[in-house]
Write a protein that binds this ligand. Sequence first.
Ligand code: NQM
Length: 365
Amino acid sequence: MSAPDPVRDGIPCLLMRGGTSKGAYFLADDLPADPAERDELLLRVMGSPDPRQIDGIGGAHPLTSKVAVVAPSTAPGFDIDYLFLQVGVDTATVGDAQTCGNLLAGIGPFAVERGLVAAAGALTSVRIRLLNTGDAATAVFATADGLPDYAGDAAIDGVPGTASAISLEVGGGDDKPLLPTGNLIDEIDGHTVTLIDNGMPVVLLRGDEFGIDGGEEPAQLEADAELVARVERIRLAAGPLLGLGDVTHQTVPKMILLSPPRTGGAVSTRAFIPARVHTAIGVLMAASVAAAVRIPGTVAHEIAGPSGADAGADAGDTVIEHPSGSFPSRVRVTRDADGTWRATSFSLRTARKLFDGRVFPRPRL
Ligand code: NQM
């Protein structure tokens, strides 16, 4: 018998909606161990580079061109290791500089589907190590008859209908600072910004400095070439300040324009991720905005209405408005004796298994 050939034999793959994103979930053992070989294969799986990803399973948008690589954890105290990979749509790039809180919602169910974790009655809890960031997550989700139960009555904005609730708690797995520059605000290119990383490094900008009121459609912002160039200039300058180095070819930091709330939340957001504008907001992006809302002196705290900013460090949800509704993000913000801010986030997501089978990568071009 000849050696397995992915093009001929396919690779086991589960397609899952995780929150407001969609991705291909793989067991690490089913992919090449060498990162360069793995990435080359994933480009062929997703059909990149091609704006339509027509010859692959990518969805022609960064939010649907995502991959999760999952393995039993090698670290004490964790069940699962999760590596997130962002596959470029029209670029031949595979990036591991960020994690994804939306695909994170599908990791626990996938681990049960693949037998890495046993379902534990009606609710199963999985400890997940986020390999991209060093953070730690606990996912709690419904299981029935030994399998994930995807059906339920939880609704999240940006996804039609309802599904079973998945609760995600994410916190610092290492000593990464919440405010990487140590400052509540910094000046970049004449703009007052807050640089914050509560699971996702983001640059918070005042929308009014860019002529934005928080009611814009993503496509409208993407079409504004001057705005896009200004935001990108600030992003490139923010990269080194956040300790990320040269971010020219990276998908972080995310750039979030903040405006006063329009529908009763804390702030309105429009997030450049960074080439496209998010149709909603990422889980950990929302957690980063929510943490800033809770810290007096940040750009977000200043813009937030009283319901967001004055609720105290340990209060309930901070409601982050976004283009397709709002995201309630619960953050616990604390301050050490030396003044260092720390945060943990709690989010509610849903996920759904869409397809389980073998994916057939296109042959090398
Ligand atoms: O911030 C978008 C998403 C994300 C990331 C992105 C995310 C998060 O909505 O936690 O989930 O990668 O820009 O999936």
